[in-house]
Design a protein. Structure first.
Length: 179
């Protein structure tokens, strides 16, 4: 087994497991889908319930696909798209570091970059992609991942993200001069 195959396996297990757990938490943790929907509404995603289900199913589905090493570039694209939407809607305004109020974007950025890198390496020797005889990797895998993730995120943001506009106070007026 080649060291790249080990790297692909490690990345698939960590990213796939993380996305599966994240999606599972959206569906079955704390506030469940209703809580996820309320949070999506609070960051401007419309219709929030639809996006709660789509994000949850994407995270669970892509997590499972990555764990199996099946359709790896497409699964990595799903992770990329979901994380790009999270980056824009919830994290970028808070700065880089995750420990900042509102959570910065370092964690989300890392998942985005790792997903793209994983797409390029492919699932590796210990994957269903390899077992099925279609180990997709290299430039076409990057195109699939960046295309699916980038186009999906862009369409989601353009059609469905309606953040609240900041409230601005009217300019103070000067009192009228005494005559």
């Amino acid at each position: 087994m080649h060291p790249v195959d080990v790297a692909a396996l490690l990345l698939r297990v960590v990213v796939g497991g993380t996305m599966l757990a994240h999606g599972w938490n959206h569906a079955f943790g704390g506030g469940k889908i209703a809580g996820t929907s309320r949070w999506f509404a609070s960051i401007g995603m419309r219709p929030a319930l639809v996006h709660a289900y789509v994000a949850t199913l994407t995270e669970i589905g892509c997590g499972v696909l990555l764990l199996l090493g099946l359709l790896t570039p497409l699964a990595a694209g799903g992770v990329l798209g979901t994380m790009l939407v999270a980056l824009v809607t919830a994290h970028i305004k808070n700065g880089f570091f995750i420990f900042r109020p509102g959570q910065g974007y370092e964690y989300v950025l890392m998942i985005c970059v790792v997903a793209v890198a994983l797409a390029g390496t492919g699932g590796g020797w210990l994957s269903l992609d390899h077992a099925a005889g279609y180990p997709i990797n290299g430039w076409w895998a990057y195109v699939v991942c960046l295309g699916a993730g980038g186009i999906g995120a862009t369409l989601t943001l353009v059609t469905s993200w309606r953040p609240a506009r900041p409230v601005t106070e009217p300019a103070a007026t000067e009192p009228a001069a005494a005559a």
